[in-house]
Design a protein around this ligand. Structure first.
Ligand code: ZN
Length: 283
């Protein structure tokens, strides 16, 4: 499942093709994904110019000149395929239509953006730009971890009444937006905090270290996404999932990367999700 850095990468990949560009035709090939599409979605998108692409948590928002914003969620398996766009001196050919191409945007430039989602956990909706933040999916989300309102005071307060393990607390989208399983595991490893420790039993100085670490972990992943974006766009135009290298995530049984630590990375299941950590380095 894409987390904040992957969604940010997809947004950055789409921006050169979609921002300031007009949709001459939108095709909507089925009535729903995870939820029903809004009424007349194709009609409401056709002819609209995308003024700005932005991200809120794991959602991409395309602000249109019609006063509406298109909300896009990639779900578990959603991919955006760009074709017909000029990348330097190359152009990606339009691929033949595939079974799970659910929504297609034909841009005035000749570029095409195809949303393909085999598992259909993705979502799209149209909302008034003015009140977008009040949308039911967005209004419940906590502060952006890379934004100004996410700071030490905020996090200390937010965790002070959480008796759940810190792993679960950081996955709670009401506490911080966009963090998922992978980056929470990486953050806790870097902070040396056990994922099993109760959130409200971690000292304030230790909670304070989480804020810059979360930002670093996410920014590094966004940077890595940016470099893979170059390769992907040149190779295929397919904005999908990028293989980052992780310190603990997916490394069960492998040696801990901390110098002098002789332990192996462990895996436990918390709230149905795998947690990877080093029980020697993380207390
Ligand atoms: Zn270790």
């Amino acid at each position: 499942m894409p987390e904040l850095p992957e969604v940010e990468t997809v947004k950055r990949g789409l921006a050169p093709v979609m921002e300031g560009a007009r949709i001459v035709q939108a095709n909507v090939n089925r009535p729903d994904l995870r939820w029903p599409f809004p009424e007349n979605m194709a009609k409401r998108l056709t002819g609209a110019t995308i003024q700005r692409l932005r991200r809120r948590s794991k959602y991409i928002l395309a602000d249109l000149d019609t006063g509406e914003s298109l909300l896009i969620h990639l779900g578990m398996s959603g991919r955006m395929l760009i074709s017909g766009a000029k990348v330097g001196s190359f152009t990606h050919d339009h691929p033949p239509a595939e079974k799970h191409d659910h929504v297609v945007f034909h841009m005035e430039s000749g570029a095409r953006i195809t949303f393909n989602d085999p598992r259909r956990f993705g979502a799209m909706d149209l909302l008034k730009t003015e009140t977008a933040e009040q949308h039911k999916l967005l209004s419940v989300i906590g502060p952006e971890p890379l934004g100004n309102s996410f700071d030490t005071d905020y996090l200390i307060k937010a965790l002070s009444n959480k008796a759940s393990p810190i792993k679960s607390a950081l996955l709670d989208q009401r506490i911080v937006a966009g963090l998922g399983n992978i980056y929470v595991c990486e953050t806790l490893y870097r902070a040396g905090i056990s994922p099993l420790r109760k959130a409200n039993q971690i000292s304030k100085p230790r909670v304070a270290t989480l804020v810059p670490i979360i930002r670093d972990v996410l920014n590094e992943a966004i940077d890595a996404g940016g470099s893979s974006l170059k390769d992907f766009r040149q190779a295929s135009g397919d904005l999908g999932y990028f293989q980052h290298s992780f310190d603990v995530y997916g490394r069960e049984g492998d040696a801990c990367r901390t110098t002098e630590c002789k332990s192996e990375i462990k895996r436990v299941v918390q709230s149905g999700r795998s947690t990877f950590y080093c029980s020697n380095c993380q207390r």
